[in-house]
Design a protein. Structure first.
Length: 571
């Protein structure tokens, strides 16, 4: 029996089942029912369980009962029924006798790895894959051996990313390709996120082809995270959309919790803090039945970042510390570095500047040791925030009038080194504010203009798009499939733009951004290189379109419509 089959093989089994159901003896029906259930164990676990019950009623052989137990074991593990999964695994191992299925013990090792992963038992998981590879090498079964080795490579990529870069990105076998491409994508996610996203999406497609649904969803989530880091919010939203939809259909708590975690983190990035908080609380509820591990660490980390953005820095310290402890236990070095940066921000907000700098120092050491160059941007961003909040000695290489401005400029400089990185408007605003505070209005105006130039890339402009938030949270919706029967994340067409994008012209939105920053009419005219009367004429049109009676009212209305896409100061 194959380990995984493509959809064509699945279709052939469905035809065979239809044939044997017509007046066929039990000994002819049971094998087809069991094989189809085996290959549906992730594609449709509810139906797979139903098929195993049908087969069991036909008094199958010992070998067939072992395969039923392995099928139920994997489904139980994915459903977080961990004691049941262990019981089914033990049953599968006790049933086969001499002369039975030679693959059973090797497949039991692969099933044990699934159970170990669900339990958060990393050493047991990796040992099971290594033993499985050795077992299949002795048979010999090259395909199963390659799959077991690829699983081990993929899982090790979470803690040893640098070793995964050396593995090729393409394999003839779709399952092996899905695993090795994902391993390489993980390795590059903190170095070259654009390339990582492409590899992870490719891995997702290959995984779908052979029924590895969980792996496909996780790869899509990780691709979305890489795209989000590049400020490619359209494609990131599409990834989180399809991942959340497919995860909900599986009913698997850990997968649903993981997809909700990424959705919550994405909503935070878009500025929907209340929605983000609600989704992350829901994610932690789904993960309550899972053991301590990376999934819970990710949810605690995302919740801490949302609390930090809500101005609740003191509350953020606790969940961030929990996340860091779990990342240390799991030896997840990239996540540890990333969350040390977040912890530094939370500590700074709680008034603990020395502890914040210590966290940054540890993060920098990890970044240097493992080559996580894409995380340098986050370090600079955090240091800018820390120096803005606390009176601290300036860095020895100070290149700006103050440390906060120095690190803001470093954030931009480091970000531009990353292929595909897009400076967010909020960073340009920060630089504009910083230079304006020093009296350098020429630079302030330049950065203000740059902020306006990238406004269409800003997350908040996607925020009020109903399909960017509400569609992601629909329950029971079905993903759309392409001609190959695969679900591929695709950003929405331009037909469903935010209301604000349709309502106001680009020039009017530029004026509103400056208006929200308390620029006078004369300052707006200077920044946009137009006359005072032109500004007044635009303001009149803005008031009419927004149904506003004053400058302050216009800014308030613009924010509610998503036109003001960053924290632009008092209105």
């Amino acid at each position: 029996m194959d380990l995984y089959v493509a959809k064509s093989g699945l279709a052939a089994l469905e035809i065979a089942l239809a044939d044997v159901l017509v007046e066929a003896p039990a000994d002819a029906r049971a094998p087809v029912l069991i094989e189809l259930a085996w290959h549906l164990r992730q594609r449709n676990s509810a139906r797979a369980l139903s098929l195993t019950s049908e087969a069991e009623a036909l008094q199958p052989s010992t070998t067939q009962r072992a395969r039923i137990a392995l099928t139920r074991c994997e489904i139980a593990a994915l459903s977080c029924h961990l004691d049941a999964a262990e019981a089914q695994l033990a049953e599968a191992r006790t049933l086969p006798g001499p002369g039975t299925d030679p693959l059973a013990e090797g497949d039991a090792l692969l099933a044990e790895a699934v159970v170990a992963k669900a339990r958060g038992q990393r050493e047991r998981e990796l040992e099971a894959y290594d033993r499985g590879a050795a077992f299949f090498a002795a048979l010999p079964d090259p395909r199963r051996q390659a799959v077991a080795q690829a699983w081990a490579t993929y899982e090790r990529a979470f803690t040893e990313p640098e070793t995964s870069v050396r593995h090729p990105a393409a394999e003839a076998d779709p399952a092996v390709d899905a695993l090795r491409s994902a391993a390489r994508g993980l390795a590059l996610s903190r170095r070259e996120p654009a390339q990582a996203a492409a590899l992870l999406l490719h891995a997702s497609e290959q995984a779908q082809r052979v029924g590895l649904v969980r792996h496909a969803v996780i790869c899509t989530i990780n691709a979305g995270a890489a795209l989000q880091g590049l400020s490619d919010f359209d494609r990131a939203a599409a990834c989180f959309d399809v991942a959340a939809t497919v995860a909900r259909q599986t009913g698997w708590p850990a997968l649903i919790g993981s997809s909700e975690t990424r959705l919550g983190a994405f909503l935070k990035e878009l500025g929907r803090l209340d929605d983000s908080h609600a989704v992350l609380v829901d994610a932690l509820a789904w993960l309550a039945v899972t053991p301590v591990g990376i999934n819970k660490a990710n949810a605690c980390s995302a919740l801490a970042h949302t609390l930090l953005s809500m101005g609740r820095g003191i509350e953020a310290v606790g969940p961030m510390a929990e996340a860091i402890a779990m990342y240390r236990e799991a030896q997840s070095t990239d996540n540890l570095a990333l969350n040390l940066i977040g912890h530094a921000r939370a500590l700074s907000a709680a008034g603990r500047a020395a502890a914040a700098l210590a966290a940054i120092e540890e993060a920098q050491a990890l970044i240097t040791r493992h080559g996580f160059s894409a995380l340098v941007v986050g370090v600079c961003e955090a240091l800018a925030e820390i120096h803005q909040r606390h009176a601290l000695p300036p860095p020895p290489d100070l290149t700006a009038p103050n440390a906060a401005l120095h690190y803001a400029a470093a954030t931009l400089s480091e970000g531009l080194k990353i292929a595909g990185w897009k400076p967010p408007a909020s960073l340009y605003v920060q630089l504009a504010d910083g230079w304006a505070a020093t009296g350098d209005m020429a630079r302030a105006y330049d950065y203000a203009r740059k902020a306006l130039d990238v406004k269409d890339q800003d997350a908040a402009l996607k925020l009020l798009h109903p399909l960017a938030v509400l569609r992601l949270r629909q329950q029971g919706s079905a993903p759309s499939f392409d001609a190959e029967g695969l679900w591929r994340p695709a950003p929405e067409s331009g037909e469903a733009q935010p209301l604000s994008a349709k309502l106001l012209s680009p020039k009017e939105r530029e004026i509103l951004q400056l208006l929200a920053r308390n620029y006078s009419n004369k300052e707006i005219a200077t920044a946009l290189e137009v006359g005072d009367e032109t500004v007044k004429w635009h303001l009149k049109k803005i008031y009419t379109k927004l149904d506003a009676g004053s400058r302050k009212h216009a800014v308030t209305r613009a924010r509610s419509l998503g036109v003001i896409s960053f924290n632009s100061g008092p209105s």
